[in-house]
Design a protein around this ligand. Structure first.
Ligand SMILES: [Zn+2]
Length: 234
């Protein structure tokens, strides 16, 4: 199955928080996308692998994902090894995305850093015909867009998510075990406070201000973004 885009995240809620609005926009524009989680998020303080899988499925439905794949790599142990690299190469070759979303290179959580590196390496190695992965043919994506998580960077591209803000928030809130939920008995974490959601929304608003729109998601691109016309420039 060929998809227009693949969005990789280390943990089951990473993609929603960092590029959920962009994915919702793609869906509304008829561009099929898939979500790929490296881990089941089983090391998180709240919830467990089974609860998080159910929540992830619901979030994917809300955003309009064609598929949501889990690479089943242990949480808090995303090792930079050949086995994990090949898992990423295989998923790229299987879905042949034209564009790829992945974590930015500098991050607080080592899992995010390792996911960044594995996706970046796999995007290159996927194009090597002599690297065999069963019946899956070599494939090279067109563009990579790295999204912002905890650590900030100067964006080289913004996506206007003003029309996708509500969908993004709904997808984040589908992860009931992770975010603010007064009825939860699980220990409080940084993510589960009401202030965290306030921060997340504030940041979308801040980037919207920088982008000249209401809400925006920031990205860093290794290559400059090229326009074919100025119609979409805000
Ligand atoms: Zn994460």
């Amino acid at each position: 199955m060929k998809l227009y885009a693949l969005a990789f995240g280390a943990h089951p809620d990473d993609v929603e928080m960092s590029c959920g609005g962009t994915l919702s926009m793609l869906y509304r524009n008829g561009k099929a996308f898939g979500m790929v989680d490296f881990t089941k998020g089983e090391m998180g303080t709240r919830g467990n692998a089974a609860i998080r899988a159910t929540e992830a499925k619901e979030a994917a439905r809300i955003l309009g994902a064609e598929v949501r794949v889990n690479l089943d790599i242990p949480d808090s142990n995303i090792e930079m090894n050949r086995k994990n690299l090949i898992k990423v190469v295989e998923v790229i070759r299987k879905y042949q995305p034209e564009i790829v979303f992945a974590p930015y290179r500098e991050e607080r959580h080592p899992d995010h850093v390792h996911a960044h590196q594995l996706v970046s390496d796999a995007m290159f190695y996927s194009g090597l015909t002599k690297l065999k992965t069963g019946s899956l043919a070599a494939y090279r994506h067109k563009r990579a867009y790295y999204y912002m998580q905890h650590r900030t960077f100067i964006p080289t591209m913004y996506v206007d998510i003003s029309n996708d803000y509500d969908t993004k928030v709904a997808a984040i809130n589908a992860h009931k075990s992770q975010f603010f939920n007064p009825s939860s008995k699980d220990p409080q974490t940084m993510l589960s406070t009401p202030e965290f959601m306030e921060y997340l929304l504030g940041r979308m608003r801040y980037h919207g201000r920088m982008a000249g729109v209401r809400y925006a998601e920031p990205f860093w691109t290794p290559e400059p973004v090229t326009l074919t016309n100025f119609d979409s420039v805000v």
